[in-house]
Unconditional design. Structure first.
Length: 255
């Protein structure tokens, strides 16, 4: 079931969205060469604590997970696409990092992700990240009343495929509201004019996940969480929580 949020509810969702934006900014600022992924998680935790927000990630255990998730951020480095567990890995010059973070505040949830490089960037990584951000922007632009889920998926997929990148199979965006994962699902590739019609009050997490090598395949680490590219190529993941309104899409997780 898809819950249509009122204007008041969408305004309330801006609060956790803002916390997520600041937590991601803090994690990114902490991501210097030599910093550990746990340092990034601690930086995000401090932002959540100061805001009085809780983490929908911490302790989350879906059916596939062998253990509850131990962090407030997913920290995925280089060939890790999503769901990386923050640990004592220390960042190296040229690493590509994707950070995903959520916050729950006032009974509402915000969810967003950002990808960036540490130290001296590889040109190929910058292109990958720029394409992921362009795909996200295209998906957001398609999130308008009267369009359909397939229009968002088509917009994202067109940007990714035109650039020669792979799109992670089986994973995509989702509804957001009282909980982190709600209906409907939002694929990162699809046919325009297909799927559920978009209506004012729907709130979606739109999140392209790009694989540099062009394959769509992935594998799961032994930790049961981290998903990596099969070919060892690098990946980028970006995301915003977006409300569909009569005036067009409204990004709830922007600074």
């Amino acid at each position: 079931m898809v819950e249509l949020k009122t204007e008041e509810s969408i305004n309330a969702m801006r609060a956790p969205g803002r916390v997520v934006a600041h937590a991601l900014a803090a994690a990114r600022e902490a991501a210097a060469v030599g910093a550990s992924l746990l340092d990034l998680d601690r930086a995000a935790r401090a932002v959540l604590a100061e805001a009085g927000a809780s983490s929908p990630f911490l302790g989350y255990r879906p059916h596939f997970a062998p253990v509850p998730f131990p962090g407030v951020v997913c920290a995925s480095v280089n060939d890790a696409i999503v769901h990386g567990i923050p640990d004592d890995y220390r960042l190296r010059d040229g690493d590509l990092v994707s950070i995903d973070c959520g916050a729950e505040l006032g009974g509402w949830v915000g969810d967003a992700a950002v990808s960036f490089t540490v130290g001296r960037p590889r040109p190929a990584d910058l292109r990958l990240i720029e394409t992921a951000e362009a795909a996200l922007a295209a998906g957001i632009a398609a999130a308008r009343p009267g369009n359909r889920i397939g229009d968002i998926a088509y917009a994202i997929g067109t940007v990714c495929r035109t650039a020669g990148y792979g799109i992670m199979e089986d994973f995509g965006g989702h509804g957001v509201g009282r909980t982190m994962h709600e209906d409907p699902g939002v694929p990162n590739e699809g046919r325009p004019g297909r799927g559920m019609q978009l209506r004012p009050g729907m709130v979606l997490a739109i999140e392209p996940m790009l694989i540099a090598g062009g394959t769509d395949e992935y594998r799961c680490d032994g930790d049961g969480w981290t998903l990596r590219t099969v070919d060892g190529s690098r990946a980028a993941h970006v995301e915003h929580t977006v409300a569909i309104t009569a005036d067009g899409p409204r990004i709830l997780t922007a600074l």
